[in-house]
Design a protein around this ligand. Sequence first.
Ligand SMILES: O=C(O)CCc1cccc(O)c1O
Ligand SMILES: [Fe+2]
Length: 313
Amino acid sequence: MTIKLKCLSHTPLRGLNDPAPDVIAEVDAVLARARADVEAFDPELIVIFAPDHYNGLFYDLMPPFVIATAAVSVGDYMTLPGPLSVERDLALDLARFILDHDVDISLSHRLQVDHGCTQTLEELTGSLTRYPVIPIIINSVAPPFAPYRRIRRLGEVVGQFIATLDKRVLVLGTGGLSHEPPVPLLEGAPEAIGEFLICGRNPTPEARAARQARTVAAGKIYGTELSAQTPLNAEWDQAFIALLLDARLDAVDDFSIEEISKEAGRSTHEVRTWVAAFAALAAARGGYSAQRDYYRPINEWIAGYGVMSAEPR
Ligand SMILES: O=C(O)CCc1cccc(O)c1O
Ligand SMILES: [Fe+2]
């Protein structure tokens, strides 16, 4: 078994509300290098830990985390629509392994996924079907959340499973870092918004266009005194990256969900996907060496935008 890791932020505002051309060029160069790494590694399986943003998962049934044996992209924010190439039997084997190791993961035989899962797959592989993939969606936007220690444990068990495979496995985490796009909270929401958060799947094209427009409008003022959203927190981001570089993964057990929401923004919890990915790498092969490939706070994209790579020491 050989394993590599890549963790990247995602931003649906790319191409919709871009920063200066030199910043885009920087990010394009980092993504091109990451894509070349993936091409050279030629994974036989990709395990992607990703968030959902009320496109596949809603409060009518909100799992702390769920593994999909079949997944279809909703194609929001100009991302590719259609099915992912999920290895059904292997995903089921992984589901059984996780449950047998006392981590109570949910299972979906037909999950809708959004830009949170598909943008990174597309950026690193050029499609949703180039390589076999197993999506594990971690609730990162719909409180209450499982403690970070449970996410670390989930990653550990996935890593133990990966260690049993005779394959080249790429583990991906996508989301974060610090940021707070205008994702509504159920608490105190107007009735119509509450209804959407509880059972809003398969919105009309008009509703999806309106949501996209709201996010673009938020991106235009994000980080200025006009915005009510918690601003990016580069200090928090750099400390989180340092924790991963130093393999101090158990430090996440002390993370306070409320404090992170207040200090860095409510969607910063997408970093739970990074925690799971690094925990999987560490469990699969013990020590790892990691590098920060890129970091820049990018207000236009509503993202403390980071990219990291790691592999066994
Ligand atoms: O459509 C939404 O709910 C929010 C979209 C969104 C915006 C900026 C950064 C993100 O990570 C993100 O997911
Ligand atoms: Fe997101």
